[in-house]
Ligand binder design. Structure first.
Ligand SMILES: Cc1cc2nc3c(=O)[nH]c(=O)nc-3n(C[C@H](O)[C@H](O)[C@H](O)COP(=O)(O)OP(=O)(O)OC[C@H]3O[C@@H](n4cnc5c(N)ncnc54)[C@H](O)[C@@H]3O)c2cc1C
Length: 404
């Protein structure tokens, strides 16, 4: 990998920075900082998506023919890094990052024409109905049933941990349309508006106090056959295709942002005791350890981006490695950012954390988010396929002699 600066990419970085500087005002940045979830809540997130759409940047990874930017991997990576640095709201991924590529790859022309523009302009807000009670890691054991009745499927069963389902107006679902001996067969991919009769969404509140996930009940839900993506029984192949987009993200920029916040907090004297966490050698050791992991992750991400940009095939195992190491380094950084607050890390900041809240922080404003972010971040090694499952996948590659 050539690590020397590329003038074209540096010019691109400047264009992105200039745009972010104009658009992410201090007020927007402050609003984004009052949210600790996986993604910004819709009022802020959809506003940001629309701003990006005006600029033609709503879907950095999509080809131009579908309204994407056509950017190569290096430009997409720079864009993500700069958005995090600018404190932009984190976009909800189910539409543009997960469903969009599936529709492009497996959808009919009519489905592409209908869904893709509505993902781009924020009209459709999607949730992902894959996991079920009892079918998470072993997703192929899912049992939500879809029975063909004329030109509709009748769907019965339920989904769990469905993030943002209470805000979404569309959901994509893996359902069972047949029960062959091989459980990976007989799975089908359907999409439906969430106001379809028979769909009920109930909240699951996480230990950080946020309501992001839900349980979704499906009782005699009628979904037209025209809302099936791909052939009947192709659902497992589609799910595997989609999950690679979910796992291969960039983690280092977010983790670095947590560490940058931690450094500032640790060097600020505690408002009551006057003590600084930075003066504690154990804190500095933990900080250095987390920083090394984040730097290593950043270089791994850059190496992958550079390989993809120069046309190399990086191999399927890379998505698992990025997810495994990325979520671990993010959690290490979040742990340090709580430790940096000292006793303030124990304060319950939930009142100040609500979007649009005017509640003052307990202690200093920088103490509002780290603990909730840390608690929320514990889930990063579970969702999108737990880290144990990523290790199993890697073991299969390695034992087949395909060392990534
Ligand atoms: C915050 C959050 C948001 C989520 N959002 C969504 C969403 O929007 N849509 C959606 O469909 N799902 C979502 N999920 C579900 C997520 O994908 C599952 O939780 C995950 O796949 C694990 O499944 P499970 O919870 O059933 O745990 P289980 O599969 O029961 O696993 C329990 C434990 O056993 C371990 N384990 C299981 N099998 C093995 C094995 N073969 N080898 C080694 N260890 C194993 C796991 O790693 C885990 O530690 C979300 C989850 C969380 C926590």
């Amino acid at each position: 990998m050539d690590a020397s600066p590329d003038p074209d990419l540096e010019a691109f970085r400047k264009t992105v920075r200039d745009f972010l500087h104009q658009t992410i005002t201090p007020d927007i940045r402050a609003q984004a900082q009052r949210q600790a979830g996986i993604a910004a809540e819709p009022a802020l997130g959809i506003w940001w998506l629309k701003e990006l759409h005006k600029k033609g940047w709503a879907a950095p990874a999509w080809p131009k023919e579908y309204g994407g930017t056509g950017w190569d991997a290096a430009r997409r990576h720079i864009f993500e890094e700069e958005c995090v640095r600018a404190g932009a709201p984190t976009l909800w991924v189910s539409g543009h990052q997960l469903l969009g590529p599936v529709v492009m790859q497996f959808g009919t022309q009519a489905q592409k024409d209908f869904f893709l523009p509505r993902i781009l302009n924020g009209e459709h807000y999607w949730s992902q109905g894959f996991s079920e009670p009892g079918s998470g890691s072993d997703l192929a054991s899912l049992s939500t049933q879809a029975v063909l009745d004329g030109d509709h499927y009748i769907v019965n069963g339920g989904k769990i941990w469905t993030s943002h389902a209470h805000w979404s107006n569309w959901i994509f679902l893996l359902v069972r349309t047949a029960k062959p001996a091989n459980k990976r067969e007989g799975i089908t991919f359907l999409v439906a508006p969430t106001d379809t009769p028979g769909i009920t969404v109930q909240p699951i509140v996480s230990m950080s106090g946020e309501h992001e996930t839900n349980q979704v009940f499906l009782d005699n839900v009628r979904i037209p056959v025209t809302n099936r993506i791909g052939d009947e029984g192709l659902g497992w192949a589609i799910a595997k295709y989609l999950l690679e987009f979910e796992r291969a993200g960039s983690y280092a920029a977010q983790a670095q942002a947590s560490l940058d916040e931690a450094r500032i907090a640790a060097k600020s004297p505690d408002p009551v005791t006057g003590e600084r966490q930075w003066d504690d050698p154990q804190f500095r050791r933990d900080f250095a350890d987390a920083q090394l992991r984040v730097t290593a992750q950043s270089w791994m991400e850059k190496r992958v981006v550079s390989a993809i940009s120069s046309g190399q095939n990086v191999g399927d195992a890379i998505a698992s490695i990025l997810k495994l190491r990325g979520s671990e380094c993010q959690q290490a950084a979040q742990e340090v950012s709580v430790a940096a607050l000292g006793p303030l890390g124990m304060a319950d900041q939930r009142a100040a954390l609500k979007p649009g809240s005017n509640e003052a922080a307990i202690g200093t404003p920088s103490a509002i988010r780290p603990t909730a972010k840390y608690l929320n971040g514990r889930a990063a090694s579970i969702y999108g396929g737990s880290n144990e499952i990523q290790r199993n996948i890697l073991f299969r590659f390695i034992s087949a002699g395909q060392v990534p």
